[in-house]
Design a protein around this ligand. Structure first.
Ligand code: 5AD
Ligand code: SF4
Length: 473
């Protein structure tokens, strides 16, 4: 491992901690024949899932081995999400369940990191109410994990190290990727948009882009390792490149990656409608490896609510964008995120959302009840909507979207689609599953040896969320 951080002393400190812990863990392994074990609970988005791959990589570099058993674990980490209150409550519930285990296994190291710990009131709440937690750190210093574990081993009190911000990007961190076929590649961190409901800019910091050469090198390694699909990650990939020395935008990056051998499919998420340029649409159309799918969160259909959300587009301009995407990339699947019950949302506003959903004909929508996040602008707005109304609106929206998803998928009946075979289906071990280029999940009978290959599958039974098919020889 050759870390790349501006601060040389920091690199040495991290490397020394890794070496020391590895020595301790190796000794235990020689004496007992058992490796020390770790487990990570991940909440939230792909960005967090990918951070967990880095945490896993660091832990394995120190000689820990992954386990799925809480009881067997010597270190348990919660990588948390703060986008909605519900996710936060789940984390707190899970941590409290671990108290009895910590009582009988005092050497167990219990860590909490991620977005929730970047909220000052939340990390202080954990400090006060969960005194048996050993490590508290945030999104900006996951590379410090070895140093923090070392400190926790040497101390009886909690190690609390949450950085307020970090404009540096640490390259070359070890990673243990969850998958062997598909890989996430971060292209940028943070967000500058400050949508009024959203806590992300407060917990993930200001937007900063990775250098294109670092991204290309990572993709090259993935291609050499046999990965077939990459997903480029950023809170708003459409603003990639701002602030970099070299003049480059997201479309340029797509063209560069499209030229690389080995990788068969390129995906990306998430796109902000306000920054979706014609140049990017043409890049999606012209790069044969870029899949025909875009996740384009609309959030609401009422112009008044969109303005209050600070989204910088209107219902009409969003629908024009959808038209433009479909004109240029006829089979494109468009998915979205929608929030119901934003402060002051009236029945009339909500009808605008329903109308937009009908007109946009999304393939899939992730629907959320507005959750008040302390510190955001919307949390201070008057007219918070009653829970009962929020739930009613959510139900109505889901019902509408389900009928649209089913109708859209039913157009695929008897159509032959290209599927990247990913795994044995989780639902039915007699089937394989994979995704179409449009990111639709397909289950079909087939032999394990096809995993990692592209297969032609005829759709026999379209459903709202999945497709059932049969493989063509
Ligand atoms: N309440 C509900 N949903 C939210 N999202 C972000 N913040 C909130 C909030 N406070 C949703 C948005 C975003 C998705 C990742 O989570 O729809 O696109
Ligand atoms: Fe949150 Fe808006 Fe940034 Fe997305 S673009 S992470 S919704 S602030």
């Amino acid at each position: 491992m050759k870390l790349n951080i501006a601060d040389i002393e920091k690199i040495d400190e991290i490397q020394n901690a890794i070496n020391e812990i590895m020595k301790i863990n190796n000794n235990i392994y020689y004496e007992t024949g058992n490796k020390k074990k770790y487990m990570i609970f991940t909440f939230g988005c792909q960005m967090n899932e990918h951070d967990t791959e880095v945490l896993s990589g660091l832990l394995e570099e120190m000689g820990y081995e992954h386990t799925n058993s809480i009881k067997e674990s010597d270190i348990i980490i919660f990588n948390t999400c703060s986008v909605r209150e519900h996710a936060e409550n789940r984390v707190l519930g899970r941590i409290s369940q671990l108290k009895p285990l910590k009582n009988i296994k005092p050497d167990l190291i219990l860590g909490i990191c991620g977005c929730m710990m970047q909220e000052k009131n939340m990390s202080e709440y954990v400090l006060e109410h969960f005194p048996y937690v050993d490590l508290i750190f945030g999104t900006h210093n996951i590379h410090e994990l070895p140093v923090l574990i070392k400190k926790a081993m040497e101390s009886n009190s909690v190690i609390y190290d949450v950085w307020e911000n970090n404009q540096d990007i640490v390259e070359n961190l070890p990673m243990t990727r969850k998958d062997k076929i598909k890989a996430y590649v971060n292209i940028m961190y943070g967000c500058n948009n400050f949508c009024t409901y959203c806590i992300v800019p407060y917990v993930r910091g200001r937007e900063r882009s990775r250098k294109p050469e670092d991204i290309i090198n990572e993709v090259k390694v993935l291609a050499d390792e046999g990965y077939k699909e990459i997903t480029l990650l950023g809170q708003n990939v459409n603003s990639y490149g701002r602030g970099l020395e070299k003049k480059i935008d997201f479309a340029d990056l797509l063209y560069m990656i499209n030229e690389m051998n080995g990788i068969e499919r390129i995906r990306f998420t998430t796109s902000h409608p306000k920054d979706l340029s014609d140049k990017l649409i043409y890049a999606m159309r012209d790069c044969e490896k870029v899949c025909e799918h875009i996740h384009l969160p609309v959030q609401a259909g009422s112009d008044r609510i969109l303005k209050l959300m600070n989204r910088h587009y209107t219902k009409e301009s969003y629908l024009l964008l959808v038209d433009k995407l479909r004109q240029n990339i006829p089979d494109i699947a468009i998915t979205t995120d929608i929030i119901v019950g934003f402060p002051s949302e009236t029945d009339e506003d909500f009808i605008e959302t329903l109308d937009l959903v009908k007109k946009a004909e999304f393939d899939l929508a992730y629907t959320f009840i507005y959750s008040k996040r302390t510190g955001t602008i919307a949390a201070q707005m008057d007219n918070q909507v009653q829970d009962e109304i929020k739930h009613k609106r959510l139900d109505e929206l889901i019902k509408l979207q389900n009928s649209i998803s089913l109708e859209k998928n039913s157009r695929l009946k008897d159509v032959v689609v290209e599927v990247l075979v990913e795994e044995v289906s989780k639902r039915d071990i007699n089937k394989l599953s994979g995704r179409t280029r449009t990111n639709k999940l397909v289950h079909f009978p087939g032999d394990d040896s096809l995993i990692g290959c592209l297969a032609n599958v005829k759709i026999t039974e379209p459903r709202a969320y999945t497709l059932i098919g049969e493989i063509l020889e």
